[in-house]
Every structure is written in C-alpha cells, then in structure tokens.
Design a protein around this ligand. Sequence first.
Ligand SMILES: *Cc1c(COP(=O)(O)O)cnc(C)c1O
Length: 373
Amino acid sequence: MSKPIPVTRPLLPPLEEFLPYLEQIWSSRILTNGGDMHRALEQALCEYLDVEHIALFANGTLALVTALQALRVTGEVITTPYSFVATGHSLLWNGIKPVFVDIDPHSLNLDPAKIEAAITPQTTAIMPVHCYGNPCDVRAIEAIADNYNLRVIYDAAHAFAVRDEGGSILRHGDLSVLSFHATKVFNTFEGGAIICPDEKSYQRINHLKNFGFVNETTVVAPGVNGKMSEINAAFGLLQLRYIDAALARRKDIDRLYRECLEDVPGLRCVPLQGQSFANHAYFPVLIDEAFALSRDALYERLRAQGIMVRRYFYPLISDFPMYRGLPSSSPASLPVAQGISQRVLCLPIYPDLTDAEVEFVCTLIRDGSGKGG
Ligand SMILES: *Cc1c(COP(=O)(O)O)cnc(C)c1O
C-alpha cells in the first residue's frame, strides 16, 4: 500500500450529479437566507432522521453556541472533558463556566453517577456528548436534569442517524446539535444543525442564527450569522441519496476490524452500546500494558506506514490552556478520562476504505503486538 490511508474520508457522490443542483441555484439567484435548497434539506433531514424540526447551520460550533443562547443558559454547565474542543469552546463563547465531570469507562460518555456531586447553585445545564456515536445514558441524565431543573443540550456531532429502541437518539434532551463537517458521517463540506422539539424553539433559533432578525426592521437578540448557504444545503441533498449505502459499508468495516483484532493481547475494541442502529462514525481501540508497544509507539509506527490514525481525544479539553486553571480540570478528578485519553487510538473508517486496506492496518497492528500472522 503506497497511498496514505486517512482516518476519515468524506462521502463524495459523482460530480456530475451535483451540476443540476448548481444550475437550479444559478437560475434562482438565491444563494443563502433560507432558499429552496435550505428548505428542502431541512424537510429531507426531518424525514430521514425522524425528528420534528431541524434548523440548519453553517457549522456545528455555531449551532452549539446558538443552542446555549436559545435556552438562555448561564452560570455553570456540566460537561465531558473527553470530546472535541468545540464542546468546551461553545460554553466559553457564551461566558459560561464549564464544569468537567469524569466519563464512564465503558461508554466513554459523561458518567451520570458523578454528575450530582458537581451541581452547584450556579448550575443551569448539562452538555453531554454521544461520543463516537455511542448514546449517552439518556434516561439517567434526564432524571438528574428533572430533579434539579437543569437544561440538557446534547452535543450529537457524532450521532447522525443513531437510534435507540424508541427512535432517533436526537429526540432526547432539550436540544441536540449535529455537525456536518467534512470529517463526519454526513457532511455538507461545513455545516451543522439543531434538532428542536417544537415550532417555538425552532423559530427562536431561526432568529438567533440570522442576527436576531424577526422581520425586516426588528432585531430581538444579538444573534450571530449562522446560516447554511444554498450550495452547502444542495450538497447535503445529493449526499442523502448515498447515505444508506455509506452507513452499510461502515458497518461491514466495523465488523471486519472486530474479527481481525479480536485476539490481539492488550488491544480492546470499544464496544457498541445502547443503540438499535449505530452509525460506525469512528473505530476507537484502547491499548494497554499487555500490548507490546505503547499507544504512542503504535501511533508512530502506523503513521510511518501512511496510516493516518488519530488520538481522539488526546489531550482532554480540560488540559488545553484556556481550561487548565478551572477547579474541575484537575487530572486527579478525571482519572477515567485521563486514562482513556492515554490509551485511545482511532483507526481509519470511511465508506470507500477497502477490505484489503482494513486487513493491512490489522496486520501492522498484529505485527506491532508481536502477534503476527
Ligand atoms: C466536529 C465536532 C464539533 C464541531 O463541529 P463543526 O461542524 O466542526 O464546527 C463539535 N463537537 C464534537 C464532539 C465534534 O466532533
């Protein structure tokens, strides 16, 4: 294998199929501000994801920032250190103090058993992440939120199309936020969305993503410009035609990895949990002392062979300079997240990854473990 193998690769339908969408945009002369493509993608995603209302955004980070504003969240918010840094940044952009709580060692999501101890009179909300698309313990989180009258905003950036027994995972909490970044399961180059439970919150979010305008002359809030353009929405519509095949291929790759890596000493594939439909957005493995190489030595060895594995999530959000000084960032209070962050490696997974490439990655890992052949 001579070409580098990235950790993820965007789903790109045939270019010629995009041209009719472009022609439609050109002839309409509407490039943004809720044109036909935008409306059609919101409708199509509501149907595909089985949710009531979805507000499209220019990216997932602006959607997170706006979700917090829509619910008027202030003070302190309980969240996970084991996520992409945008989760924490959305709180800082709103002047909110993040309070990091440790994760569960199996799901790698916010540990509900540790939330209550972190609640103070300033706490107004919880922002959990469905990490790698594995659903949080939504029932336990809901019970705590109800008990303490807290809002729940799920960072569901990894959870496109994930379902539990009752339906879409995105129906839980007050709001859920998706990312459609190029590296995600479903992408619009850049993009994101907020799943809203009712028409009222959908309307408020629409105002907030358009400078706070409610009509030509009335501005009701200092909203951002978070709108998705017509060209991004059109690409989303095209991609929806291919998403089922892409998800099916991801599932096959996931199964192949688990078979190939089953008996490697010191390597554990993170199990799927609590989902009736998984999206296989990532393929994380955990490396411990029984493996012949350290996690970082394995990382270097694979990178040297052109396998662009990533350490998602290392460092923890709580270890970045703008978070490190917070009382809840102390490594001693986040032992599980610290440990997982030192051991995790995400392997390549994307729809056009071939079986031969998966087997090549597995062979290199098995050689590294001393368990070749
Ligand atoms: C990708 C991601 C985001 C940010 O989304 P963008 O669309 O890149 O702004 C937020 N949270 C998590 C967990 C992510 O993985």
